[in-house]
Design a protein. Structure first.
Length: 155
């Protein structure tokens, strides 16, 4: 089983989290690939016969609950070029700041909603990292991902 992590970020925090996961979780899957969302399109989810890949969306939130600038074209392409993603099994790490409760973690939540609309199957719960807690996002992400991967690999 391989893991592909797609990163939407403005300040690189989501990218650092994905890199920490890449370095720490290699014992759980055969390979981990981290890709910034800049040039991604719906074709990154492979063919319906590709069932040997897990996907992880790692997205911060920008502005008034939007996906980050580097993720907006990818997010829009999921609507502009919709295709059934029933073969896709995924998880979401959403970054936000709870001092903005109306838009807390909406970048990741928007991806989650869109993937579910296209038939993709989320494994486990969406994980929200709150920047206002002052915890280390990389360590928190690795701990969450290890649990998520254990669940995903047994599902």
């Amino acid at each position: 089983m391989q893991l592909k992590i797609f990163v939407g970020t403005m300040t690189n925090t989501a990218e650092y989290m994905a890199q920490a996961i890449e370095m720490d979780c290699t014992d759980l899957v055969s390979s981990i690939q981290v890709e910034l969302m800049d040039a991604l399109g719906p074709d990154v989810f492979g063919e319906a016969t590709d069932t040997d890949t897990l996907y992880l969306i790692c997205s911060s939130t920008y502005g008034t609950g939007d996906v980050p600038d580097n993720a907006s074209a990818f997010y829009d392409s999921l609507s502009a070029q919709p295709r059934f993603l029933g073969h896709v099994r995924y998880g979401v790490i959403a970054l936000g700041d709870s001092s903005y409760p109306q838009t807390f973690c909406f970048g990741g939540k928007r991806f989650d909603e869109r993937l579910q609309d296209l038939g993709a199957q989320r494994i486990g719960e969406l994980w929200c990292h709150d920047a206002s807690t002052g915890t280390q996002p990389e360590a928190d992400a690795v701990a969450w991902c290890r649990q998520w991967l254990s669940l995903a690999l047994t599902a």
